[in-house]
Design a protein around this ligand. Structure first.
Ligand SMILES: Cc1cc2nc3c(=O)[nH]c(=O)nc-3n(C[C@H](O)[C@H](O)[C@H](O)COP(=O)(O)OP(=O)(O)OC[C@H]3O[C@@H](n4cnc5c(N)ncnc54)[C@H](O)[C@@H]3O)c2cc1C
Length: 471
């Protein structure tokens, strides 16, 4: 068996303390964040440098060992954990956690892949700059994982996804070659954009070891409002109005259905609705920028005033303090947890063109009611980006577990509808080992063929995160 000489070679290369083989100690690296699945691996490896990653990849190629790259292991689609065969190693980037340089005048920052997102954000802030990627998992996810998953979050409307926030990348290929593209340039028209191949590839092409990130001037403040509306149509009208009036001051625009707010209020007694009356839908919207806070406040008041005049909103509250703004945010950020405490759901993380969101919701809600009468919808998400958490719960009288047995049928209704609206079956969380087969069904043959050819060209032995992204 090649395993023992392989692990001996790994230990010789990166040291015995950097090769974890104890099955008990390996468990956190083999189990997904939602504790639904535990895989098996020969070892978890902890390289300290790009050179060590390169040497390990050469060994993996030589011994034909599969590789699962791992950052903070917060991914929700089983992309960061190995399968049950035991033929893989996990390569954890956690020891490669150095900030390599901050260039405030160039508005860039160069970091190793294992830097935790909160650390990156804090380092930028210390330099008087903003790194805007913002996720609820930011205390443990790592920048390499953010890029490999092309993470989104709550500021995409203004700043884009992880892909938009990356200028340069370093990655180690399966044969150990190092692609050194740590450019700090905003313009670079010298051929194919190779970094974009690795961003969003979920570890199936190589290991991201470092990146150049885009920074922005630090906003002076933010103005946050919690708005009640009658319908998703009105939410879209308010979005268009706000974009027209505030332009790029509009940083966040999150839709919250009354059911979504209800699960938070039911399970977090300290959190109260900022508005006296219930409404079918709410929006959490935020302006931020380098303008004076007073100017932003006036801009927000002007938007809401115009929205009242046009009959778009029912009611609205503007946060009067930072504490109140945080309270508004807690209502949004605790929906997933409130929902988990209320029972199990069949979850979807989908996107359609922003303009189509109201129609998509109306059509798909009806299709689901026709197929599963009484099913309970919990819908919330980044309306400003056209992406929704579109979750389906069991109808009354049916247990959650019995309803979960119908997951494939529910998924098909939702994904077929997404396809009709020219959307994507994953907006943020990726495909991993959970949605790769469905993706192949909905993407065109040419698109799938191109993806397979790219995979084959870079990873001809198929050792990089097999069973993820491509079926
Ligand atoms: C509470 C919570 C909130 C979340 N909110 C959001 C959200 O708002 N938006 C969003 O987009 N996601 C969200 N996520 C999902 C997840 O946090 C993100 O996808 C995050 O970017 C993953 O980073 P990570 O370091 O944990 O990566 P991991 O989970 O370790 O890995 C994710 C994928 O990337 C690959 N990978 C990891 N590191 C590397 C590397 N260095 N090189 C190559 N491949 C690599 C893995 O093999 C895997 O396929 C959330 C998750 C949780 C638990």
């Amino acid at each position: 068996m090649p395993k023992t000489p392989f692990l001996a070679a790994c230990e010789k290369t990166i040291g015995t303390d950097a090769v974890l083989k104890d099955p008990q100690l390996m468990m956190p690296y083999l189990t997904d964040v939602r504790k639904r699945f535990t895989g098996r691996a020969m070892a978890v490896l902890f390289p300290k440098s790009t050179q060590e990653v390169s040497q390990l990849m050469r060994l993996c190629t030589q011994y034909r060992v599969n590789v699962v790259p791992q950052g903070g292991n917060t991914g929700t689609v089983l992309g960061s954990v190995p399968d049950k065969t035991g033929h893989a190693v996990v390569i954890s980037l956690k020891r490669m956690n150095h900030i390599l340089g901050v260039d405030p005048e160039n508005l860039t920052m160069t970091v190793e892949a294992g830097c935790i997102l909160d650390h990156v954000r804090a380092t930028a802030r210390d330099a008087g700059r903003l790194f805007p990627l913002s996720l609820a998992s930011s205390g443990s996810c790592m920048i390499g994982g953010n890029l490999a998953a092309n993470a989104g979050g709550t500021a995409v409307l203004r700043y884009g996804t992880a892909r938009d926030l990356c200028l340069g990348l370093q990655a180690v290929l399966p044969d150990g070659a190092v692609y050194d593209g740590l450019y700090r340039l905003r313009k670079n028209n010298t051929g194919y954009d190779l970094k974009d191949l690795f961003i969003g590839s979920e570890g199936t092409l190589g290991i991201i070891t470092a990146a150049v990130l885009k920074l922005f001037p630090l906003p002076k403040g933010r103005q946050t409002a919690f708005v009640a509306l009658q319908s998703p149509d009105d939410a879209l009208r308010l979005l268009n109005l706000a974009q027209g009036m505030a332009q790029d001051l509009l940083t966040t625009y999150e839709l919250i259905s009354s059911v979504s707010l209800g699960v938070v209020l039911a399970h977090f007694p300290d959190l109260k609705s900022p508005l006296p009356e219930k409404a079918p839908y709410y929006v959490l919207m935020e302006l931020s920028g380098t303008q004076q806070v007073q100017d932003m406040q006036e801009a927000l008041e002007a938007i809401l005033g115009a929205a009242f005049d046009e009959g778009i909103v029912i009611d609205a509250a503007i946060a009067q303090s930072e504490a109140q703004a945080q309270h508004f945010w807690a209502l949004r950020e605790n929906i997933a947890e409130g929902q988990a405490r209320s029972g199990k759901n069949i979850k979807h993380d989908i996107s359609v063109p922003v303009s189509q969101i109201p129609r998509f919701m109306a059509v798909t809600d009806q299709l689901l009611q026709d197929a599963f009468p009484g099913c309970r919808m919990t819908v919330f998400g980044h309306l400003g980006d056209g992406s929704l958490h579109y979750n389906v719960g069991a109808p009354p009288g049916i247990t959650d577990d019995a309803f979960l047995q119908r997951q494939d049928a529910v998924n098909q209704v939702v994904y077929d509808s997404v396809a009709r609206f020219h959307g994507a079956i994953s907006a943020e969380h990726g495909l991993g080992a959970l949605k790769h087969d469905k993706n192949a069904h909905y993407k065109g043959n040419v698109e799938m063929d191109l993806m397979r050819r790219i995979k084959g060209a870079i990873d001809p032995l198929g050792i990089m995160n097999p069973g993820k992204v491509l079926p």
